[in-house]
Design a protein around this ligand. Structure first.
Ligand SMILES: [Zn+2]
Length: 288
């Protein structure tokens, strides 16, 4: 999980840019304009809930109700979702600059998977299928990699505080400054290669919701498997380096320290897969 600074574009900026791109289809321009005040209020409500880790309490709209009830003013659920696809994310629309800026601000690192994926589009933290009223709210739009965006999060939403995945713009620093991700080195046997396994051990002093949230985040984005896979891609290299150095200096503990300690020191994120992996090698790897 990576923490991001809040987007430079405000809700009001986005409403204005979207409106510039709307042609008068089904009187949408005027009906959208009439909703600005309400959309601004909803944005404030979102911030207030997000700051308290209470986004799960916001009103979720059911899917498949026909005829669709209005969601904001006279705008239906489908129209709210189209605000995003037709007037925000579309290449030739004025609001597309916000989309591109949000994506670029991630600097190639997906916050949900701690940068193992490169963000390729924007994820609706509260999915627009269930929360169409927040379809173009910048604070609800998180740059995400394809794997994180296409996972189980897209089709569901949290109904309790503990079921919420991390929100990169809002959540408490404890999730990024206190260690909850741990790795274990599992030596290969016979023809099976050595692997790194990952698990979650939340700090004992966290409350039940905080512990549940970190477990939920780890599970929702399939991080155990994804971290283990990416760790495998460099594990053999580190093992070879340690082995080679050991054959020269004859001190196994010192060989491990020389190879992995600089990597541990260089990575600032406490819960980074590579940092946890190197700590596991330092503490668990036995002489070859
Ligand atoms: Zn990701």
């Amino acid at each position: 999980m990576l923490k991001f600074v809040t987007p430079q574009y405000t809700n009001a900026n986005v409403l204005s840019l979207c409106e510039q791109g709307i042609h008068n289809t089904n009187h949408l321009h005027g009906r959208f304009h009439a909703c600005h005040e309400r959309l601004l209020e909803l944005g404030e409500e979102y911030i207030s809930c997000a700051e308290q880790e209470d986004l799960y309490t916001l009103n979720a709209f059911p899917v498949g109700v026909i005829p669709e009830p209005p969601v904001v003013g006279t705008l239906t659920k489908n129209e709210c979702e189209k605000l995003y696809t037709h007037y925000f994310a579309k290449n030739n629309k004025p609001a597309r600059i916000v989309y591109d800026t949000l994506l670029a601000a991630a600097a190639g690192k997906c916050p949900y998977c701690c940068g193992i994926g490169n963000p390729s589009n924007l994820d609706h933290y509260l999915p627009k299928t269930h929360y169409p009223q927040f379809s173009i709210l910048p604070l609800n739009l998180v740059p995400a990699c394809r794997d994180c965006n296409m996972g189980s999060k897209a089709n569901s939403y949290a109904m309790t505080r503990g079921a919420q995945v991390f929100h990169p713009y809002f959540d408490d620093d404890c999730y990024t400054t206190e260690q909850w991700l741990f790795a274990q080195y599992i030596a290969g046997k016979d023809s099976n290669p050595s692997v790194i396994d990952y698990n979650v051990i939340p700090p004992a002093h966290w409350n039940r919701d905080q512990k549940q949230r970190v477990e939920m985040h780890f599970k929702t984005f399939n991080l155990r498997l994804r971290f283990s896979r990416v760790a495998s891609s460099c594990l053999n290299d580190y093992l070879s380096q340690i082995k080679r150095l050991y054959s020269h200096i004859g001190d196994f503990e010192e060989s491990k320290r020389i190879i992995v300690q600089p990597i541990i020191d260089k990575i600032p994120e406490v819960n980074h897969w590579k940092k946890s992996m190197c700590i596991a090698l330092l503490t668990e790897l036995m002489p070859f």
